[in-house]
Structures are given as structure tokens and as C-alpha cells.
Design a protein around this ligand. Sequence first.
Ligand SMILES: [Mg+2]
Length: 379
Amino acid sequence: MKVTGVTCHILQSKVEKPFVSARGWVYATRASCIVEITTDEGITGWGECYGPAAVNRTLIETQYAPRVIGRDPFDVEVVWEDLYNRIKDYGAQGFSITALSGIDIALWDIMGRAMAKPIHKLIGGAYRRSVQAYATGLYFIDMDRLVEEAVEEALAYKEQGFRAIKMKIGLGDPKLDFRRVAAVREAIGPDVALAVDANHCFSVPQAIRLGRMLEPLDLLWFEEPISPEDHAGYAEVTRTLDMAIAGGENDFTRWGFRDIIATKAMDIVQPDVCAAGGISELRKIATLASAFGVECVPHAWGSAIGLAATVQFLAALPDQPPAFRPLPPMLEFEQTPNPLGDLLATVPIVQRQGIVTVPDGPGLGIEIDREILNRFKVA
Ligand SMILES: [Mg+2]
């Protein structure tokens, strides 16, 4: 089998209620670079790249596509190494890897379709047929009702059956952050797990101070307390606080994660399959993490394609650590309305009572709705 074409679709949709995280960016639209790879056997595979779509498309069209066309999709890691080594002098991290991730995912989708097997059966097999999802939400929307809106949203997730929720923090006032998290914890009770995500808005002392305030609230993890470049700072926060420290959605490849994992600078690493290098590279990052006793719980924030790739990867990820009653790695399931997530697959991946069934169709296990693709395509 040979690749005959690599096409990038830039999809964009409006967000009904714009929302804000600790980085202060208002999310008024959602956009994504979707990668479609065709073959001479009529099999088409789909991938997705994290981050600004136009840059990903330019990288793929100018740097990668000419080197992928004519290749056998089953040489997926050979292709990965070739593309990475072609680009690493100019970009061993960031866009060059997010663009590469989209190609890698599409090649795995093709292999799965060619074998009539879901991807997780090609990367080790099904450790689980369903994954526990945690609801990502509780952004900052109404600045006059920050505590009330968080409580209402969290209760709605609990009502839907979610057993775990992740909320945003980083309001520039540790007392307000604490009040908001404490109100949510009190509202949802002790049996729903609660994580907080600061989107790297704190300094080391600020993170430690707020972390100590939050620790009595029994949090699942404290995500991205500080800036992703500061690995030594992560190690300091991780050693100082008792609660688990998570991060890694802005890190890339096995080399980018190597020192974080080997120094245990984080308790939990969160590589994104659409950013850190695709399914091929996430397997390597997860293996590194396992070797050093670090948990791997992937980050996910994209369209139905990124979500499906994450679910396939999670199905084949061993329990960390194995146990009589293990705590399996959870699926990040964002809850802010996103048509690219809800509509792009003909049969969307949904949660019921906080549980997502792993699709067992070939490849990613979803089919792309061309009409929706064309409706949201802007370039
Ligand atoms: Mg995050």
C-alpha cells in the first residue's frame, strides 16, 4: 500500500459562550487542522494537529507531505523518524511535532482500517473496553458569578454521572481560587474526584502557597501549576506538595519528556496525542513514564478525531500501577460545547454515567461526516 495524497482541512466553529482560562485568552472560536491521508488501496485515514491550524497546515504541506506521499503506511515509525530528523534542526518541539502528530495518527488509522482492527489492537491490545472520563470545564465565563457558576456547572456534571471533574483555577487571588474550589468540593461531596488546572499561571512560591491551601480539599491533581519550560521548578513544587502534580500538555516527544520523567519533576505526565508526536510517540513517552514510576494520563482538547485517538491509546495503556483494584488512567473529556467534537463523527463518542465505551470499529473507530467537514471547513 502507498500513500497517494495528504490533505489538510482547517475547520473552525464559533463558541456560543466564550470562555477564559488562567492564560486570559478568550476562546470565541474553536479551530483545528484535520489531516486526511489517501492511499492507492482506497483506504483513507484521519489525523488531527493541536494548536493554530494554519501553521500546522503550512508545515505539513511544505515540509512533510512530499516525503509521505509514496510511502507505505505500515512503515509508520520509519516515516516518523524520517520526518522528525528532517525538521529537528529547526524545530524539535512545538509546531513541527504537532504537525507530525496529525500525520502519525492518520497512518495508524489507515493501518487499522487495512487490518479491520481498532488501533488499540495494533498497539498492545485492550487493557479495558471502556474508560472512565473526567469532565473538563469550569472555565471563567461570568466574572460576576465565578463561584456560583462553577458550583452549578460541577453539579450538572455530577448529575450526568461523571465521577471526576477538572476545574480551572488562576484568578489572580489565591483566596478567590480557594473559595471557588472549596465551594465546588462542598457541592459535589467527597465521592466525586476533583482536579484543578492552572494553565501554568503561577510562580513556584505562588503555586506552593495555593497548593497548601488546596490540599485539605482532597484533590486528584494540581495541573500545570507553573510554566512548562521550568522543569526544576516542577520538581520543587512536586517535592514540596503532598498532592499529585501534573503537566506535559505543552511538552513534545520522548526527548522533551525524558528529563521530566527521569527526575520525577511531575507525578503525572499528560502528553497530548495530537501534539506530542502522535500515537507512535505517546507509546514511547508512556513506556518511559512506566519505567520511572510516573503516571501517564493523556491530555485531550480537540475534535472527534483527537478524542478517538486518545481513547484508542488509553484502551492499550496498562494500569499504573497494576493492582487488585487499580486506578486506571482516565480520559479527559472536555465539556465546553464544541461542534467539531460533537458532530464530526457520524457516531460520536459519548459518555454514559461518566464512562466511555472504546469504539471497536477499524482504525480510530469513528467515521468522518463529510458534510460536517465541509460545513466547518474555512480553508
Ligand atoms: Mg490543562
